[in-house]
Design a binder for this molecule. Structure first.
Ligand SMILES: [Zn+2]
Length: 328
């Protein structure tokens, strides 16, 4: 049998406060869960929703057995309304909000709560946000909105002010490591990954996945070949599977870590899996050159929304890298 949706260990404080509000019958009409990616905000949102819809909940978790729970497992609970972009990176459109508005104006089909889960909330375009605002201003009884956002400052202030905002924070390192250790294989080190992920446990888990390990290795090898005099055009072709944003993320994180290694020693480094590369870059480049490279990457990032030619963009980036190598 599938497991009920449950909060993660570091959500305990929010979960407790929320249960208290539920017990006291003073649940806010709309909740906004905010925080950096990789903290399990969606898991928490699902757990809240599942608990509210379960028809025979235990003290602090859904039963997992009642017919509402069974419907949730099948993905067909009639009072659960998920609003998400049609594809990653796309906007949430006004039609999606209108459709949801029409559904929640009807009474709950199973007689309990109606749940609306919406993420990423910052993906709503302005028309969608306005349509949602109308519904938030005239709340239907027993209708619970749960919005999730990595970037709440990108939401209209009018939406934010209609929600009770709960910030999901990273757990202490030991708590995060304990959880992460249960998800990893024995040879993976939870502390190293957690540090590389800035303390965010789900982000750390993602870093350990083979899907991310392969591109990391590919980029590592490519940059090492470049440093040994490899041809930028040939190497650019190797990196065609990267999105440009991911490529910039990797390189900026690695440059920042190389500088940390120089300034603070190994203890300051975020991703210690990469120490050999950082040491090598530290020998090849002065601090000023590292900062130059970083400044160029920041400039490159501004070009991303201008739809640049993918291969040319990477080739130019690599050529600049070799130019920086060539002079001090
Ligand atoms: Zn149940």
């Amino acid at each position: 049998m599938p497991k009920p949706a449950l909060p993660l260990p570091w959500h305990a404080d929010i979960w407790r406060q929320w249960l208290q509000q539920l017990t006291d019958d003073r649940l806010p009409h709309a909740i906004l869960l905010s925080g950096l990616p990789g903290l399990g905000k969606r898991t928490l949102a699902r757990a809240l929703a599942h608990f509210l819809l379960c028809e025979q909940p235990d003290v602090n978790h859904p039963c997992g057995r009642c017919s509402a729970c069974q419907l949730l497992y099948s993905g067909f609970h009639p009072d659960w309304h998920g609003v998400y972009p049609e594809a990653e990176g796309k906007a949430i459109k006004v039609d999606q909000i209108r459709e949801m508005n029409a559904q929640v104006q009807q009474s709950a089909q199973r007689g309990g709560y109606k749940l609306v889960l919406l993420w990423p909330a910052e993906a709503m375009n302005i028309n969608a946000a306005n349509a949602l605002l109308k519904t938030l201003e005239e709340p239907e009884p027993r209708t619970q909105f749960v919005l999730v956002s990595d970037q709440p400052s990108n939401l209209p202030a009018t939406i934010r002010s209609r929600c009770q905002q709960w910030a999901v924070k990273a757990p202490p390192l030991s708590e995060g490591s304990n959880w992460l250790a249960c998800q990893l294989t024995d040879e993976q080190c939870p502390e190293t990954l957690l540090k590389a992920a800035g303390g965010r446990p789900l982000q750390a888990w993602k870093l350990a996945s083979p899907e991310l390990e392969e591109p990391r290795q590919l980029l590592l090898q490519t940059m090492e070949t470049l440093n040994r005099g490899g041809d930028p055009s040939e190497l650019a072709a190797r990196l065609k599977s990267f999105t440009l944003a991911d490529l910039l993320d990797y390189l900026q994180a690695w440059l920042a870590d190389t500088l940390r290694l120089q300034l603070q020693g190994e203890a300051g480094v975020m991703d210690s899996r990469q120490l050999p590369l950082y040491r090598h870059w530290g020998q090849l480049f002065s601090a000023r050159q590292l900062l130059n490279l970083d400044a160029h990457l920041k400039q490159d990032r501004l070009l991303l929304n201008k739809n640049p030619n993918h291969e040319l963009f990477i080739e130019k980036l690599l050529i600049r890298w070799t130019q920086e190598l060539g002079h001090e």
